[in-house]
Ligand binder design. Structure first.
Ligand code: ARG
Length: 573
């Protein structure tokens, strides 16, 4: 049951000229139960209806027609407040959750339309750092939330597998590299060679020219260059995939920057035909002065392509291939200008779909004071971070629950979950400072806390199973039994459970996974208040069943919410 819609349709026709959709958008959930379960702030309509807010509210109250879901209404201080029938809410929410189970919260808003999500997209031969983790986890959550709401998602890992840096790397490898060392140490060694190149080039600037021409050779398909490049890609992918496996993330396509090599000439040609290209000291660029932006560089003077060229080409390709409703790019906010620039180029090319391109920026992460630079090599390696998280979690579990059966698996789910959750718990554009104490605190607003709450609910259900031997949880709760759930903590929890669907919709619209993680913390807190105040395994069979249904509903909702942001929900921990 959608109570906002119910109220909106009850009010339809009573607010002249305001349609049901607009009414539904105005309805609020009051922060305090004394002010009702739903509320219409009439001052928002005052101007349009040319009436005082209180008069509008009183008009609505006077013409109110009774409805079985509604207990009473009131007009107070310009608000029209609606108090729902507690038994109605309880039986409808619980009924929906128990019936839909792992689909609870899902909808078919997208009707199968395509959403392309370009995320993670690390660079070959460079460490997968904590910034890429943010892109990976934010992108993954956006992907899962859209899928759950009925879209068909295409997750693309736009690997940074092309560009002048490969010219540098090949030159560096040929001068100072060793096959066996690269095989043994992987990206670490490639990164070392890359740094060495920059150090040496400070003394010998001709190295830069060598690297540039090496990249041109690569672009022209030189056999040896291609072979080395492919090898660097394979070595890097092996390491990235280990990370994705640990994080539980997968992609539908690994079309990285190099995939567009043979597609860029046509785009450059098209830009020329459309008279958008201008020559500047031998380079080709699109001027964006009129839009207060620096020009978008499309070809360097040696003919080499750039990040912009590849992004414009990829967008055209994706539009043709997937006819997307949205194409979403998840990167750090430092790249915002880059996206604004080339989105504008697509618009100037006359493509009507330019407004379907969406950049989803996020803030920086710093770790206990350390800076995350890619050039100098003092990057925080994600692998180390995750390994440490798992170890630390193992220690905590060892103290809290030494007899747990599958400690290793649980430590992984909780340790990795802690990192992911801390990454997703703030508005994505905010910069965050990562702290171990905060992330792993089982009592804080953390992943482990939400997971622990899920395990607690699971444990209650297990105990109940022993106790009521064979007695199945009802799949429905009739209104009469549901009305037994009249304690304030029960009412508050039921409301939280009800909010899930709407929060998911908001998270999708705002492309903001933190709406889900914050919701889960609220839900877990609400459950724990209920758990401490309301004994569950009581003698009264009807009350026991009703409360068990609440526990089961919470367990399902936490499980679904965690899955959408990429966390596992262990049953024991
Ligand atoms: N490889 C880039 C980086 O690590 C991110 C690529 C984002 N996607 C894109 N289509 N530009 O910063």
């Amino acid at each position: 049951m959608n109570y906002k819609q119910l109220l909106a349709s009850q009010l339809e026709g009573k607010l002249e000229g305001v349609d049901t959709g607009a009414i539904a958008d105005l309805i609020e959930y009051p922060p305090n139960p004394q002010m009702g379960d739903l509320s219409m702030p009439c001052f928002r309509l005052s101007k349009q209806l040319r009436k005082a807010p209180q008069a509008i509210a009183e008009g609505l109250a006077a013409s109110w027609q009774e409805h079985p879901a509604v207990l009473r209404v009131e007009a107070i201080s310009g608000y029209f407040n609606v108090f729902l029938q507690p038994g109605h809410v309880a039986s409808s929410v619980i009924g929906e959750i128990l019936e839909q189970n792992e689909r609870y919260g899902s909808q078919n808003i997208g009707q199968g339309r395509n959403i392309v999500i370009d995320f993670s997209s690390p660079n070959i031969a460079k460490t997968f750092h904590i910034g890429h983790l943010r892109s990976t986890m934010i992108g993954n959550a956006i992907y899962k939330i859209h899928e759950f709401l009925g879209y068909n998602c295409i997750g693309i890992n736009h690997l940074g597998d092309w560009g002048t840096q490969f010219g540098k790397l090949i030159v560096a490898y040929k001068q100072w590299g060793e096959e066996s060392t690269v095989e043994a140490e992987g990206i670490g060694e490639l990164q070392r060679l890359y740094i060495k190149f920059h150090d040496e080039a400070e003394q010998k600037p001709e190295l830069e020219d060598e690297a540039r021409s090496m990249f041109v050779q690569l672009e022209q398909g030189d056999e040896e260059a291609i072979k080395l490049w492919k090898w660097f890609v394979a070595i890097s992918l092996k390491e990235f995939e280990k990370m994705y496996e640990l994080l539980g993330v997968s992609f539908d396509s690994y079309t990285g920057e190099s995939f567009y090599n043979d597609k860029m000439a046509a785009i450059v040609e098209e830009l020329k035909e459309k008279k958008l290209l201008e020559e500047d000291e031998g380079a080709q660029l699109v001027r964006l002065d009129a839009f207060n932006m620096p020009p978008a560089l499309m070809l360097k003077k040696d003919g080499g392509t750039l990040y912009h060229t590849r992004d414009v080409t990829a967008a055209v390709y994706r539009q043709q291939t997937y006819d997307f409703e949205k194409c979403i790019y998840v990167t750090d906010a430092g790249q915002s200008l880059h996206f604004q620039q080339w989105f504008k180029v697509i618009e100037l090319m006359g493509y009507g779909w330019h407004d379907k391109l969406v950049h989803v920026p996020f803030g920086k992460v710093s770790l206990e004071g350390a800076k995350l630079s890619t050039r100098k090599g003092n990057v925080v390696r994600l692998e180390e971070l995750l390994t440490l998280a798992i170890e630390k979690t193992k220690e905590i579990i060892e103290q809290k629950n030494p007899n747990l059966e599958n400690k290793a698996e649980t430590a992984q789910e909780v340790g990795v979950g802690a990192i992911i959750f801390s990454d997703l718990s703030n508005n994505r554009v905010k910069d965050i400072v990562f702290s171990w104490e905060d992330a792993l605190n089982f009592e804080g607003e953390t992943g482990p806390y939400v997971q622990y709450t899920h395990a607690r609910a699971s444990s209650v259900l297990r105990k109940a199973g022993d106790r009521v031997a064979g007695e199945q949880l009802p799949l429905k709760l009739n209104e009469q039994d549901a009305a037994l759930l009249d304690q304030p903590t029960e009412q508050a929890l039921l409301k939280q459970l009800y909010y899930f669907k709407e929060r998911l919709e908001q998270a999708m619209q705002k492309l903001e996974p933190s709406i889900v993680s914050r919701y889960l913390v609220d839900l877990a807190q609400s459950f724990n208040r209920f758990y401490h105040e309301c004994p569950i395994l009581v003698e009264d069979a009807a009350l026991r069943q009703a409360r068990l249904a609440v526990v089961r509903s919470t367990q399902i909702t936490i499980h679904n919410g965690l899955a959408l942001i990429g966390l596992k929900a262990p049953e024991k921990m």
